[in-house]
Design a protein around this ligand. Structure first.
Ligand code: SF4
Ligand code: SF4
Length: 326
């Protein structure tokens, strides 16, 4: 329930910022001017506000808004189509645009700001609000879609997955994987306690590597991030699965996810999807919504009538019934 309160606080604060940033009407009205009704006055003020808020955006801000809308729309389109090719194009767009070009990633620093109610003014930070709004809403509706295809670091590590032949990968055993997955929640809790007790937001540099997209780190930071990326090549999605505090926060919100992945009765015994899931999110018939990033891998199998046991059994049933009755 605390998370729900934080979300409500976030949305309310966004609206308050918008209201605070909106231009105020002029106070003086000439006495000899014709009297306006309250409705006329409201309509005029609304027109002024809309005109002011649009014209006060400069061309680079408008370009940024269009950019983020295109990126988020394309990511959602690739998710809706369940297409592998579109997913990889979405990765490339996220890495190039959100990562290296705009360095616009959801960060633990944003969680600090939300907790403090210290949010940027709406009018000049619309792309930021769109990214955060999309992330929160899509997580509530479908789960960690943000991690699955929008986060530039997550996209980079998923793309790195394809570099190494699978026989050279190190897959932690399931029991270890499940325990390591809790580590990120410990990191999230530890960092929040540290921040709330010291106010030092620079702690983010030690718990997330997103700064790398700005190409602005010291030797020690680059050494650490290089080790992390090399380790990620061998252990799939290492940072996202075990260490990311933002992923942990989104995992907590995912517990409220509305549209979850369906499962068949046969998933109880079939292990095909469990083996296909690169995020260790499937355990028999159960999918851990907190670990699932809606990568689509299991959903594609689920709908594949040649691979999925549910469909194969269904096809064989009529034949078996015909044979039994003859
Ligand atoms: S777990 Fe963290 S690094 Fe990975 S995709 Fe999600 S937010 Fe990005
Ligand atoms: S394979 Fe399925 S359960 Fe695993 S992360 Fe992808 S969508 Fe989620």
């Amino acid at each position: 329930m605390t998370i729900v309160r934080v979300l409500v606080a976030f949305v309310m604060t966004g609206f308050l910022c918008t209201a605070a940033a909106a231009p105020r009407p002029a106070q003086d009205v000439e006495a000899d001017q014709p009297t306006l009704s309250l409705e006329d006055l409201d309509a005029l003020l609304e027109e002024d506000e809309v005109e002011e808020s649009v014209t006060s955006l400069n061309s680079s801000e408008v370009t940024d808004i269009i950019g983020i809308v295109v990126v988020l729309s394309f990511a959602f389109f690739s998710f809706a189509k369940k297409s592998v090719a579109l997913k990889y194009i979405s990765f490339a767009v996220s890495i190039a645009y959100l990562g290296f070009y705009k360095s616009n990633l959801v960060s633990i620093v944003n969680i600090f700001a939300i907790l403090q109610g210290n949010l940027p003014g709406f009018r000049h930070s619309i792309p930021w609000y769109l990214l955060i709004g999309f992330t929160v809403v899509s997580t509530v509706l479908w789960g960690r879609l943000y991690c699955g295809r929008i986060c530039a670091f997550g996209a980079l590590t998923q793309a790195l997955d394809r570099i190494l032949p699978s026989r050279l990968r190190i897959d932690p055993p399931a029991w270890l994987d499940r325990r390591l997955a809790y580590l990120k929640y410990g990191i999230l809790g530890g960092v929040l306690v540290y921040f709330l007790s010291t106010g030092d937001f620079l702690i983010y540099r030690y718990v997330e590597p997103f700064w790398m997209f700005t190409l602005n780190g010291n030797t020690a930071m680059w050494t650490l991030v290089t080790i992390l990326l090399i380790a990620t090549v061998f252990v799939r999605n290492l940072y996202c699965r075990y260490l990311c505090s933002v992923g942990a926060a989104l995992g907590l919100i995912s517990n409220f996810t509305v549209f979850r992945i369906k499962r068949w009765g046969e998933c109880q015994t079939c292990k095909i999807c469990e083996k296909a899931c690169e995020w260790g999110a499937i355990d028999g018939p159960r999918i851990s919504v907190a670990e699932c990033v809606r990568c689509d891998d299991c959903e594609r199998i689920y709908h594949d009538q040649k691979k999925c046991v549910h469909w194969i059994v269904l096809k064989k049933k009529p034949r078996a019934q015909t044979a039994a009755s003859s």
